[in-house]
Design a protein around this ligand. Structure first.
Ligand SMILES: [Zn+2]
Length: 82
């Protein structure tokens, strides 16, 4: 299953707000409640790079820093392989 990867891709396109609202995470992002999983920067609508679900079902965010996106892609590919 490559669900996590697809989510990261979709966010680059357009429907970020729609996805966040669907997942019930929109308010939290607007309020600055989340931090980048990799670098710890606060996630906002301006710098959000993607999100992925870890094995325990927790949603993690990454910012749009190239390094963070690459690490997130690595993590999600590992999760989907297991
Ligand atoms: Zn980051």
């Amino acid at each position: 299953m490559a669900t996590a990867k697809v989510t990261i891709k979709a966010i680059h396109d357009t429907d970020l707000v729609k996805i966040l609202k669907k997942l019930g995470l929109y308010e939290g992002v607007v309020e600055g409640r989340y931090r980048c999983f990799v670098c710890g920067n606060k996630i906002t609508l301006d710098n959000i790079g993607g999100l992925f679900k870890s094995r325990d079902g927790k949603i993690n965010f990454v910012c749009n820093n190239t390094k963070c996106l690459m690490i997130a892609a690595e993590i999600t590919s590992k999760i989907s392989k297991e």
